[in-house]
Design a protein around this ligand. Sequence first.
Ligand SMILES: [Zn+2]
Length: 363
Amino acid sequence: MTDALARLAADLVAIDSRSFVSNLAVADRIEAELAGFAITRIDYADAAGVAKRALVAHRGPPGGYALSGHMDTVPDTGWTEDPWSGRIADGVLHGLGSVDMKGQVAACILAARGMPADCPVTLLLTTDEETTKLGAIALANSDAAKALGLQGIIVAEPTGLIPVRGHRSQIEFTAVASGVQAHSSTGQGKNANWALIPFLVELEQIHARLRSDTNLQDPAYDPPFSDFNLVLDNHGTAVNVTVAKATARIKFRRSRNVDWQPVVEAVRAAAKRHGIALHERAEGRPPELPSDHPLIARAVAMTNTPARTAPYGTDASELQELAPCVVLGPGTIETAHTPRECVSLAELERALPVFQRMLSLGG
Ligand SMILES: [Zn+2]
């Protein structure tokens, strides 16, 4: 089993599927592992026109439980060794996507394949998880996935096999101030930053309020305050040029029990007051199940570990439209999104019986 798991995980790592390239090659490699499964391909083009594919794979009677993972990875920022080597040393698989989450996808496939034929098993495999969640959105909206009547979904992101019952999801704001580009010495230009600054002052107040106002916080999360991260961009303007375009991007991540509408309205009102163009893009609502929900209670019983919440996001914000979700998978996010990304093969293998016990609840 270890050999098959290591080989498949390393093969998946070896295929470049950074979110901005097509994932068709890795989807084909996965399909080749799924003989005997009914497979539905959910094809779409992303905003850049790149061909993408999510997969629904099912075997057995309808209903039951699904294992889910994403096929895309973050960019190879900072890597000095080959990110796609799939190098294995001392029982550790190295490479981009090894722990987030091609190793887990391989474990899901082996767990599903090893189930008895009369037990319903489903794999929900997405892409664009690291960017827009478009794969999960397309999958959740597909007739193929809806028709399965799933009872629950295990999103196999690396949690150290601790059941995660809820996490935050995000609203991304893009605010753009416009100016007129000119040689700054002539006095003919108009610098967009001067329009953006009073808007930013209001954003700073919102940020401070999120940190201090306990009515906007959720003690079930660590940290209890929402993420409200600001990134500024003058698009490479030189210092002797008036700025034609000043962009502020804000990632607002909140949990289900935070009343986020006042925050969204404050951002909108500030943009309106200062003549800033505002674009919003929201993920699905934050997924969260109570500790005594049957899916969480079963995951807790099977892992012997209390459930917790997490500050990050996963495809569960979209897949919860199909069925209740628990985030539960091997490995930790310590090396995810770093140029040292790796996963222990022994940890991946330890997840197989846990996944199979969860799947057997549907039989
Ligand atoms: Zn991930």
